[in-house]
Structures are given as C-alpha cells and as structure tokens.
Design a protein around this ligand. Structure first.
Ligand code: DOR
Length: 457
C-alpha cells in the first residue's frame, strides 16, 4: 500500500478520464432498491460498468467498504452551477466538486445563468464545460421562456435535441396563463418535463421572508404563501387540460403539499421535490436576520415543515433536491433585505436528509436512497439507477455513523452561504464513483482504497 496524503486524494479524478478502472467495493451494505437488495456484499467495477465478478486481466484494487452503505450514485435534480456568467459564485468545476463531495454522481443545473440557457449554444457550452471540468454528470435544464422573460416560449424541440433534460424558469415562475398553456402543450408533445418555480410576484413582491409572526416581529416584509399555492393551482388546471409532465420545484407549504397529494390521487403527472432546509428549519431561524437563512421559497412555519416531512414519507413529495444556490460572501453581506436569496446545499444535503427523515425513523435507508436517486431519475427520464451487472458504475459510499461538524470553510463549493455552520451531523458520503471513476474520496477514508488510490495517482 502506498502512503497517501489526503488533500491530493480528496478529488480523485474527472469523470471523463480515459483511465480504465477495475476495482471491487468490498463488504459494504449494498442498498440497491431496483434489485430489491439490502445486504452485505461486493460491488465490482470494470471500466464504466458494474461487473458481476472481480476484474480478470488487471489485478483488481479494493475499497474496503465494511460499515459503509453502498448505493447507486445520488442525483440532485435542482442545482445552480452559475456558469456561464456567475463564476464568482460557482463554476461547473467547483459545483461538481461539491456535488461529488456530497455523494452526487449526477446534477441537473438550472438555466438562470448569463446568458440564460435558452439556446442550443448555451446548452452545448454547459455540456462541453461539464465534460472538460466536471466531477459529476451535468444535465442542463433549459429555460421555459426566452431570456426567462416570461413571454416567448423557447424552441423546446431543438433544446431537447441539444441535451436539455427539462425546462424551467427557476428563480421566477411563468405567470402568464397563455404562455404557460403554450409551454405545457409543447412539453406534452415532446414528453418533456416542466419544472416550475411557483411564485406569483404580485403576491410575493417585496417579501424577503415567510409572511407570519416572525416577519411581523422583525418588521421585515413577508412573502405570502399563496404566491406559491396559487401558481400550483393554476398549473394543475393546465396539466389537466394538456397532460404535460409537471414538476414543482422546492415545495414549501402545507397547502402546496396537499395540492400535489390530490393531483396524484387524480392520476395527474404531477411530481415535486423538497429541500433539506425546508425539512429542518422554520422561519424562526431568520430571527437573527442572518442572510444565510434567506431563500426562495422562504423558511416557513412549523406546520409547513411537518407537512413537508409527512409528504416526503407518504410519497406525495417525490424526492429531495438541494436548490444549491451559491452567492458570494460580499453579496450575502448586504443585509437581510438586500442579500440575494439562496443557500448552498450539495455538501450538506445527505447529512441533513439523514437527520430529518432517517434518524427520526420516518424513512428507511432504502426509501431515502429512492428519494435522492431513483425518483429524480424517473422524473428526468433517466435510466433506472441500479448496481446490477452491466449498469453504469455511478456509486455512492456512505458512512452512516460518521459524526462531523458542518464547516463552510471546508467545503468545495466556491460559495459558503449556508445556515447550518457549526451543526453536528451524522452520516456522510465518503466516496463517489462516476462512470467507473473514483471522483471523490474523503481524505480520512483513504486507507479504505489503498490499491485504487495509487492507481489514480
Ligand atoms: O433561493 C433561491 N435562489 N431560490 C431560487 O429559486 C433561485 C435561487 C438562485 O438562483 O439564487
């Protein structure tokens, strides 16, 4: 075994690397819901694929996974990578490094970039940069309307051909009924999914936090929950009319969860996601006016949090997504009123989700993995994640017992805006494999992958 130095190994290699890796992840608890598997076993990787036996010609390297959970690579269907145009906040390289360190093999990135991802050229640019610099697979989400202006629907067919995996004006909702109807009709023809940021600005304008007793106490303008709920109601009517696949971004209110529950009961193709922060924090977290507690939609009431937890457990909420929204320290230091909304989430999502739903007994490990991997894949129309032989080797290794303190300074993201600094959490991704490449290995875990590490270097 080679002596290994952590820092150099933490990010093992880029996922488009051509080095063919042959290795075995040995003796982990393999949680592979697609194959009905939750048992101790080995997972063999040969090149890009999972193999049914240890590699032949090459001497296989071994990652000792005893005590670790081994599952298909996690998928975050809602992140902001900021490139092009917002590289002072994040780049595709730093954002995917953060993804890998959080256990995510795949991320879908939002189009509120500069220029906006509303053209074939921008989609191609993002895909190219991800290929050059990415530590995770990057799936671009194109805008619904040109320039995210809310008026003219984009050329969805050519954007799908260019590789857009969904459509969203995230950061803004599409308010105009006729525009939204046209978008749904086009999406239905293409079987594309629309991801809506549900917010009527007329109802939320000027609001910086949830409208309620905390906003009143602080004298801060409130953001009316009806701005989210009314758009969901309108959209569900349009889904009924068009049959389009509709996904609600970052659901946050009890009524919104109930609307989704009813739409599903009606058989409509409606899905939704929840962010870890909406499962763990209420608007009380804004009491000290920390701009790191400001995001859209805002932190809401305890009843809303409870409804999100219940919705996630009963399947009304399909999946967990971070809404990873990096902002520079200077931007976040402008005070609660002026700071841009959003928090980073890629590197804390798993631990926070474990705390919110596994530690509390609401979900099993297999259920959590489905909500952080299989459901996002289904919604985005990706192949069903699996560790079966022949499948693409996207794999996450999780230490379920590892206790650690969230320290923004230690993160890979270019931005550090998060309200969880100093939290003691349990459970962490310790290695991430993308297409057979070990793209992340927690420095403290390096002894678990001795043979493999020396090869990567
Ligand atoms: O808080 C948010 N920040 N919510 C969004 O929908 C957009 C995001 C951003 O891009 O900063």
């Amino acid at each position: 075994m080679q002596p290994v130095s952590g820092a150099a190994l933490e990010l093992g290699g880029q996922c488009d690397s051509t080095t063919v890796m042959v290795f075995t992840i040995k003796g982990g608890r393999v949680v592979d819901p697609a194959n009905g598997c939750d048992a101790v076993g080995d997972v063999h990787v040969d090149g890009e694929r999972v193999a049914d036996r240890p590699g032949g010609a090459t001497e296989a390297a071994v990652i000792d996974a005893a005590g670790l959970i081994v599952c298909p690579g996690l998928i975050d269907m809602h992140v902001h990578l900021r490139e092009p145009g917002g590289e002072h906040k994040e780049t595709i390289e730093t954002g995917t490094q953060a993804a890998a360190a959080g256990g995510f093999a795949t991320v879908a990135c939002m189009p509120n970039t500069s220029p906006v991802m509303d053209s074939v050229e921008t989609i191609q640019l993002v895909r190219q940069r991800a290929k050059e610099a990415g530590y995770a697979t990057v799936l671009p989400i194109a805008a619904i309307t040109v320039g995210r202006g809310g008026r003219d629907v984009v050329d969805m067919a050519s954007l799908c051909d260019a590789g857009a995996v969904a459509f969203s004006d995230d950061g803004d909702g599409v308010e105009d009924d006729d525009v939204m109807l046209e978008a749904f009709r086009l999406a239905a023809q293409l079987d594309a999914v629309i991801i809506q940021h549900c917010e009527y600005k007329a109802l939320s304008a000027g609001g910086v936090m949830h409208a309620g007793e905390v906003a009143d106490r602080l004298g801060l303008p409130g953001l009316d929950p009806r701005s989210e709920e009314a758009m969901i109601e309108r959209d569900i009517r349009l889904v009924r009319e068009t049959g389009a696949r509709y996904h609600i971004a970052h659901v946050s209110t009890a009524k919104a969860v109930e609307l989704v529950r009813r739409a599903k009961a009606e058989g409509l193709p409606v899905t939704t996601e929840v962010c870890p922060h909406h499962l763990l924090l209420t608007h009380e977290a804004c009491a000290n006016r920390d701009p790191n507690t400001k995001m859209h939609p805002p932190l809401r009431s305890a009843a809303d949090v409870e409804a999100c937890l219940t919705g996630l457990a009963d399947g009304s909420i399909d999946c967990i997504a971070t809404d990873h929204a990096p902002h520079a320290a200077e931007e976040k230091s402008r005070g609660f009123l002026k700071a841009p909304p959003g928090i980073v989430g890629l590197e804390t999502s798993l631990a926070l989700a474990i705390e919110a739903v596994v530690a509390s007994g609401r979900l099993s490990w297999a259920d959590l993995i489905q909500r952080m991997c299989h459901r996002p894949a289904e919604i985005l129309g990706l192949p069903s994640p699996s560790l079966g032989a022949g499948q693409r080797a996207d794999i996450t290794l999780i230490d379920p017992e590892l206790q650690w303190e969230i320290d923004p300074a230690g993160m890979h993201s270019r931005s550090r805006n998060m309200p969880f600094a100093g939290w003691r959490v349990t459970g962490k991704a310790v290695a991430t494999v993308v297409g057979g490449q070990l793209v992340y290995l927690d420095a403290a875990q390096s002894s678990r992958a001795c043979g493999l590490i020396s090869r990567l270097n």
